[in-house]
Design a protein. Structure first.
Length: 470
C-alpha cells in the first residue's frame, strides 16, 4: 500500500488517485530568467523520481510542469540584457531543457507557459471578480484572502498571523490599492514600456499565483491528484493557488500536496537560493561533474529531507554509483563463459528483492531505504558472478533487475565494453599474466601502472584478468 505524506493534513495517507490507474500530477516549474541552480534541480529530480516510481507501480502519470515566462524578475533581467521578455524566456527554456535532459529528467507530458494561456487566465480572474472573491483597483486585480475560509490551512498559520508578516512586505503603492494587506495580485497593471496584454481592467499581465491555478485545471482537471514543489512554495504560492482554484470551481483543488526539502550549502547549512547569491547552477556543475553522479546524489535522499551540497557528498555519490556500475559490468563480463539456462534460485531471489524494494518505497517514496535494497542486490549479484559456474539467463536477470530499480532513481546502466583495439595493450596484459605466473611481481606491477597511466584499469578475477577504460 503506497502512502504519501500530505502537507495539507500533515500525515501520511494511503494514495488513492481520483481515477483508478491514472495519476494527474502538477509540479511548479522555474521562472526562466536564469539557469536553474541545484536547489531548483532538487525539486525536478525529486518529483521525476516520484513519477518514475508511480509508473513502476503501473500508473499512467499525466505530468504537467509549467514555465513562468513573465514576471517582475524577467522584465528586469530582459531590460538588463537589452532583449525582450520572450527572447529571455526562449533562451532559458532551451537551457532548462538541455540541463534537465543531462540529469535524465523525463520530459513533462505538458510544459505550458503562462504567456500561452493569457485568455484563460483573464477568464479565470473574471470568474473570481464576478463571484466576489476579487476586485479591481487602479488597473490591478486583487484576491480577497479573508473571504476564503480555509486560507492558511496548508501552511498551518492563522490569517491574523499571516497579516502581520504581509503588512511588512506591502509597498506604499499597494497599501493604497488593497482593501486588506493579505490580499494578493491576480492581475498587474502595466507600467510604461512593460510587456502587456489587453484585459477588461486595462493593459497588464498576470500575477504569479494565478497562472498555476489556470494551467493545472486546464490540463489536468478541476481536482488533481498531486501538486508538488519546494517547501518555500507552501506559502504564499500554494496557499494562494488553493484559495483561487477552490473559489473559482467550488471543488477540492488538490488531493495530495507534496513538498521537497531544501538544498543547503556551507558549514551553516544555509538554504541555496538565487536571492542569497549562494547558488551553483546545473549548467556549470555538469561541466566538471558527471550528470549521473549529480542525479544519483539528489535522487537517493528522501524528498522531504534537506540535502547538503558539498564536494565530499558528491564524491560519496560517485563511489556508490561506481559500485553499482561495476556490479553490472561484472555480470556482463561473466557471460563469456556462462552456461545456457536459468537458475530458479536467482529468479526467486530477485522476486524477493522486488518485494522488499516496493515495501520500503511505498512508505512515502523512501528512496534511502530503496537504495539500501539495491546495494544488497549488488552484493548478491557480485557473489553470483564470482561462482565457478554461472547461467546466462541468471546473469541477464540480475542485470535487468539492477537496471530497472536504479532506473527509478533516473540512472542508466550501460555495460562497458571490454574490447580494446590496441594490440600492444593486449600484449602487455598477456605479458603481465606471464610475469605473475613467473612470480616476477616487479614487472607485473610496472605493466599494471603503465596501463593505468594510459587509462586502462585491470581487475584480477577468478576467471582471469578483466580490463576496462577508466
Amino acid at each position: 500500500m503506497l502512502t504519501i505524506y500530505n502537507t495539507l493534513t500533515r500525515k501520511k495517507e494511503e494514495f488513492k488517485p481520483l481515477h483508478p490507474g491514472v495519476v494527474n500530477m502538477y509540479v511548479c516549474g522555474p521562472t526562466v530568467y536564469n539557469y536553474i541552480h541545484i536547489g531548483n534541480a532538487r525539486s525536478a529530480i525529486a518529483f521525476d523520481t516520484v513519477r518514475r516510481y508511480l509508473e513502476f507501480k503501473g500508473y499512467q502519470v499525466n505530468y504537467v510542469s509549467n514555465f513562468t515566462d513573465v514576471d517582475d524578475k524577467m522584465i528586469k533581467e530582459a531590460h538588463a540584457e537589452g532583449i525582450t521578455v520572450p527572447q529571455l524566456a526562449a533562451k532559458f527554456i532551451k537551457a532548462f531543457m538541455e540541463d534537465t535532459t543531462a540529469i535524465n529528467i523525463e520530459p513533462a507530458t505538458k510544459h505550458p507557459r503562462a504567456t500561452e494561456n493569457i485568455p484563460e487566465i483573464i477568464s479565470f480572474i473574471q470568474k473570481l471578480v464576478d463571484n466576489g472573491y476579487a476586485y479591481e483597483s487602479a488597473g490591478d486585480v486583487y484576491y480577497r484572502a479573508r473571504k476564503f475560509k480555509h486560507y492558511g490551512q496548508l501552511s498551518g498559520q492563522s490569517i491574523d498571523d499571516l497579516e502581520v508578516g504581509a503588512s511588512e512586505h506591502v509597498s506604499a503603492d499597494e497599501i493604497g490599492k488593497k482593501e486588506d494587506p493579505m490580499d494578493f495580485a491576480l492581475w498587474k497593471a502595466a507600467k510604461p514600456g512593460e510587456i502587456s496584454w489587453d484585459s477588461p481592467w486595462g493593459k497588464g499581465r498576470p500575477g504569479w499565483h494565478i497562472e498555476c491555478s489556470v494551467m493545472s485545471t486546464k490540463y489536468l482537471g478541476e481536482t488533481i491528484d498531486i501538486h508538488a514543489g519546494g517547501q518555500d512554495l507552501e506559502f504564499p504560492h500554494h496557499e494562494n493557488e488553493i484559495a483561487q482554484s477552490e473559489a473559482a470551481t467550488g471543488k477540492k483543488f488538490v488531493r495530495y500536496w507534496m513538498h521537497n526539502g531544501f538544498v543547503t550549502i556551507g558549514k551553516d547549512n544555509e538554504k541555496m537560493s538565487k536571492s542569497l547569491h549562494n547558488f551553483v547552477t546545473v549548467h556549470d556543475i555538469i561541466k566538471t561533474v558527471d550528470p549521473q553522479v549529480l542525479r544519483f546524489f539528489m535522487a537517493t535522499t528522501q524528498y522531504r529531507r534537506p540535502i547538503q551540497y558539498s564536494k565530499d557528498n558528491l564524491t560519496d555519490a560517485q563511489n556508490n554509483l561506481n559500485h553499482i556500475q561495476t556490479a553490472y559490468d561484472n555480470l556482463a563480463y561473466r557471460k563469456q563463459d556462462a552456461q545456457a539456462g536459468d537458475d530458479e534460485a536467482v529468479t526467486k531471489q530477485l522476486a524477493d528483492f522486488t518485494t522488499r524494494f516496493t515495501e520500503v518505497m511505498d512508505d512515502d517514496i523512501n528512496v534511502q531505504n530503496g537504495i539500501a535494497v539495491v546495494y544488497e542486490l549488488v552484493k548478491a549479484a557480485n557473489t553470483y558472478a564470482q561462482r565457478p559456474t554461472v547461467k546466462q539467463a541468471a546473469l541477464q536477470a540480475y542485470q535487468n533487475k539492477l537496471a530497472q530499480l536504479v532506473g527509478i532513481f533516473g540512472i542508466k546502466l550501460v555495460a562497458h565494453s571490454n574490447e580494446i583495439d590496441d594490440e600492444r595493450i593486449k600484449q602487455l596484459i598477456a605479458e603481465r599474466n606471464q610475469a605473475r605466473k613467473n612470480k616476477d611481481f616487479a614487472r607485473s606491477d610496472q605493466i599494471r601502472d603503465d596501463l593505468k597511466k594510459q587509462g586502462i584499469i585491470l581487475e584480477d578475477t577468478p576467471q582471469g584478468t578483466r580490463y576496462k577504460k577508466e
